[in-house]
Design a protein around this ligand. Structure first.
Ligand code: NDP
Length: 250
């Protein structure tokens, strides 16, 4: 019932929500969904043209004020993350939600063979950048009435599986980061944090991981958006520290 109540066009009205990996796949769908629910979205991604396309759709469809920030998270440092936080503070004066969604799949290979340079890059994009953004953005989330920090996990981040290498290890780390943060915040903060596991979803990453699969056999990103909107909205204030499977909400 709370989830249904959150599916209104003003569920996130005037909130400011940052989404990483907002140019494609699940992040693109989430950025559009949050804007349709009234949020001003901060779109972070690697490819400027993809971010511009999402920006244009949001401008066409809503009267919110998005901004795009082309950033390669493979290069992000704690200092850059602090500058980003300062920029959001200057521009909007608030931050209500963060969806840490951008990830790299890396390569599928055994631990015995896994290339160390790909390992480092996957851990930097999928884990380190999330830590930097979390630390830099937390003060603004704490100042918000209903601060939200949502991480993105995967089933290979809960049970190890051969050949999933750095990607799987990065998702175990993501679950750990969320759990530690949830425990630290639970008695002292209104901020709510969760992991969402989208499960098999029709995106470029899924096609890279499962090249032989018929894309139509898995749900489109849009189908998961009621859950994403709900966990971002004030309606989910009673929930904290969960690792949620999106397919349970289809
Ligand atoms: P996509 O590859 O379709 O999209 C990922 C987005 O992240 C892209 O827009 C990409 O930018 C961006 N990104 C990647 N690397 C960087 C970087 N270094 N700096 C900035 N942006 C970057 O992936 P999905 O939408 O499928 O995945 C979204 C999340 O869901 C990920 O965390 C993934 O692990 C998780 N997930 C997905 C599943 C699925 O089946 N799709 C299943 C389980 C979990 P660009 O487009 O410019 O490359």
């Amino acid at each position: 019932a709370d989830l249904d109540r959150s599916q209104t066009t003003d569920a996130l009205k005037d909130q400011v929500i940052l989404v990483t990996g907002a140019g494609d796949g699940i992040g693109q769908a989430a950025a559009l969904d949050f804007a349709r629910a009234g949020a001003h979205v901060v779109l972070i991604g690697r490819t400027q043209s993809k971010l511009e396309a999402v920006y244009d759709r949001i401008e066409e469809e809503t009267d919110t004020q998005p901004i795009i920030l082309p950033i390669d998270l493979a290069e992000l440092t704690i200092e850059n993350a602090r500058e980003l936080a300062y920029g959001i503070e200057q521009n909007y004066g608030r931050l209500d939600g963060v969806l840490l969604n951008a990830s790299l799949l890396g390569t599928k290979m055994s631990i015995a063979q896994y290339p160390a340079d790909i390992w480092d890059k996957v851990m930097q994009v999928n884990v380190n950048s999330c830590f930097y953004l979390t630390q830099a953005l937390l003060p603004m989330l704490e100042a918000a009435e209903h601060g939200r920090l949502i991480f993105t996990t995967s089933s290979v981040g809960r049970q190890g599986r051969a050949y999933w290498g750095a990607y799987a290890v990065s998702k175990f780390a993501t679950e750990g980061l969320m759990q530690i943060l949830a425990d630290e915040l639970k008695n002292i903060s209104k901020v709510r944090t969760h992991c969402i596991n989208p499960g098999g979803t029709r995106t470029a990453m899924r096609a890279q991981a499962y090249p032989g699969e018929d894309p139509a056999s898995v749900p489109a990103p849009e189908e998961h958006m009621p859950l994403y909107r709900y966990l971002m909205s004030p309606e989910s204030q009673g929930l904290h520290g969960l690792s949620v499977d999106a397919r349970d909400f289809l």
